[in-house]
Design a protein around this ligand. Structure first.
Ligand SMILES: [Zn+2]
Length: 351
């Protein structure tokens, strides 16, 4: 049965207890992990809390803007962090003064709080009861540009970790200043991956290994096209999950696992020992024309556009096929923009 699961996501209680002061709790949505918060009785509270919003920092843009000058990069990164802070404060200030009456189920009857009628929600915006997220994207391409190497290269890994630490230090400083629950979050980047990539190409042209794709890499992930085995990938990414406390998810891309359950079990054990939160990316496709239920593939049509095609009967009608892929955390079935489709096409199998 565990070979057929569409959402094989595993939280390692062992690793999570190490990272979250002895606690183990589920994520919100695909990957948000709320910061730790204790209620007035000194007990940890996980349920019924919320997030004020997210703003995502494009690390690749910070790198390219520096022209490769290391000192320039850190200066520009700090400037961008200040911009993100301003943008996050816009979200926060927009919420301030909201009366509980706008959504009684949320604010008065306990979904997110038990406030009085007419009371502003402000007190729930402070003290860590709710979080607010500094998202980031493209650590992979950022490192590639600044060091000339993949962040999996031991010579480049320290730089990548240092960038992540800088984001955490910024959030910590903002939290001290404002009493608002800032935290670092590995943005899901659903369709933004394409948007960011297009903006980068417009500003900086095609830089090999950095802007030559129509997507940029999610959060701290290893590039989808980099050959790395599942076990090494999860172990490598675990060190970045520690630095992405507001949310993170790691994955390995796997083929049909129904005939290799030993490998599934070995991976589950590996996740338990090494990484807080990880998933297996499986595929579930069906061609309504011929009944083929193997993997429907992405091909390039005459106009250079990426399209889905049944390898059995060559059906290309998206209304007559079902394709399910893990896009970033959630499973998408409604097809994707060209950037995301290219990213899915270039994914290598890790097992
Ligand atoms: Zn078919």
């Amino acid at each position: 049965m565990y070979g057929k699961r569409m959402v094989p996501d595993y939280i390692s209680e062992k690793v999570m207890r190490e990272l979250k002061e002895g606690n183990c709790y589920p994520c919100m949505g695909c990957r948000s992990f709320l910061n730790l918060y204790k209620d007035e009785n000194g007990r940890y509270k996980f349920y019924g809390r919320f997030n004020q919003g997210v703003v995502t920092l494009n690390l690749v843009d910070a790198a390219l803007s520096s022209g490769g000058d290391m000192e320039g990069f850190w200066r520009i990164l700090d400037e961008r962090l200040q911009l993100c802070r301003q943008a996050l404060m816009c979200r926060h200030n927009r919420l301030k003064g909201t009366p509980s009456d706008v959504a009684p189920i949320l604010w008065q009857y306990g979904a997110l709080g038990r406030l009085e009628k007419g009371e502003a929600i402000d007190k729930l915006l402070y003290g860590g009861y709710s979080s607010i997220s500094l998202g980031y994207a493209g650590l992979c391409e950022c490192t590639q540009y600044m060091t000339g190497k993949s962040h999996t290269d031991p010579l480049a890994t320290p730089f990548a970790l240092k960038v992540m630490q800088r984001l955490n230090d910024a959030c910590e400083a903002w939290k001290q200043e404002t009493d608002i629950g800032f935290s670092v979050y590995g943005t899901p980047l659903e369709s933004t991956t394409y948007k960011f990539a297009k903006c980068l190409q417009k500003r900086f042209g095609i830089v090999p290994g950095v802007t030559d794709k129509n997507y940029i890499t999610n959060s701290y992930h290893v590039h989808v096209s980099e050959e790395i085995d599942a076990f090494a990938k999860l172990k490598f990414e675990a060190q970045f999950q520690r630095l992405s406390p507001g949310g993170a998810i790691s994955y390995v891309e796997v083929p049909d696992m129904t005939h290799n359950l030993d490998a599934v079990l070995a991976l589950m054990q590996h996740i338990y020992e090494n990484i807080m939160y990880a998933e297996l990316n499986t595929k579930s496709d069906f061609c309504q024309i011929c009944g083929y239920d193997g993997e429907i593939t992405i091909v390039t049509d005459e106009g250079g556009k990426l399209i889905w095609e049944c390898p059995n009967c060559h059906n290309r009608d998206q209304d007559k096929m079902n394709v399910a892929r893990r896009t970033c955390g959630y499973i998408g079935t409604q097809f994707w923009n060209q950037g995301r489709t290219q990213e899915i096409k270039e994914r290598v199998l890790h097992l």
